[in-house]
Design a binder for this molecule. Structure first.
Ligand SMILES: O=C(O)c1cccc(C(=O)CC[C@H]2O[C@@H](n3cnc4c(=O)[nH]cnc43)[C@H](O)[C@@H]2O)c1
Length: 226
């Protein structure tokens, strides 16, 4: 199988890569590996939706993949989800896309600026309608995500976004990954490990080491099932 793995930073994916056989560096951001009988291309575009969108478009234009997986960390809004838990993001949205109208937030739908999309979009939420079927993924908690350019770290702003969208988790790339996969019709999954609560910024409460460890274990297990 031809698999594309997308991870914003090397830090998030480094331990997983030690289980693969390196083949070549295809370009600045894309490396080719093999794992068992599979071709695994690993794209590390950098943090944020802009670079993710550009490199996803370029990569999907060059190669037809059987499926794509976005692996990374995330912050959790949901107190039931503990730091270190690995989750299956089943929907995502660009929560900041819209306009401020005094105290109110207007989404593109409120502004009548949204076009019909070729994939499942419910009230501005992108639903992963072509999910990768996998036993390991099926065992994970299904969560709804938002993707942001600025991570939430201020109490009023956190309250506002919970009121608007009631998300479980947030990342900085997920929606761009889904947008590219869904428009190209590529079967996909977004698997994230919780590194922190979404709260007023306190880096001491983060556990990136535990999150990366658990993400690696789950990813390896799901790849072994292919
Ligand atoms: O130092 C910081 O304040 C900081 C803020 C966000 C992320 C980082 C990282 O080093 C991780 C990069 C990666 O992780 C995702 N992530 C993790 N936690 C969050 C969050 O609370 N809100 C949004 N994104 C998060 C994100 O996708 C980054 O690409 C450091």
């Amino acid at each position: 199988m031809k698999v594309l793995i997308v991870s914003a930073t090397f830090l998030e994916i480094e331990p997983l890569l030690t289980h693969f056989n390196f083949v070549e560096q295809s370009n600045q951001k894309l490396r080719k590996y093999t794992f068992n009988t599979h071709q695994i291309d690993v794209l590390i575009p950098g943090v944020g939706m802009t670079c993710t969108a550009y490199w996803m478009g370029k990569t999907l234009n060059n190669t037809l993949y059987d499926f794509a997986i976005n692996l990374g960390l995330a912050g959790s809004f949901n107190d039931e989800i503990k730091i270190g838990e690995v989750v299956n993001v089943v929907s995502d949205r660009i929560s900041e896309l819209g306009a401020q109208d005094g105290e109110k937030f207007l989404s593109l739908i409120d502004m009548d600026l949204i076009e019909d999309e070729d994939f499942t979009l419910v009230n501005g939420e992108m639903i992963n309608s072509i999910p990768l079927e996998n036993t390991t993924i099926n065992k994970l908690r299904k969560v709804r995500a938002i993707s942001v350019n600025t991570t939430h770290g201020e109490e009023n702003e956190i309250e506002k976004v919970i009121k608007l969208f009631n998300p479980d988790v947030e990342s900085m790339e997920g929606a761009a990954f889904y947008y590219a996969c869904l428009l190209e019709g590529i079967t996909c999954a977004q698997i994230r490990a919780i590194s922190n609560k979404v709260e007023p910024r306190n880096k001491e409460n983060w556990d990136i080491k535990l999150a990366v460890k658990n993400l690696t274990k789950t990813s390896l297990q799901l790849l072994k099932e292919l």
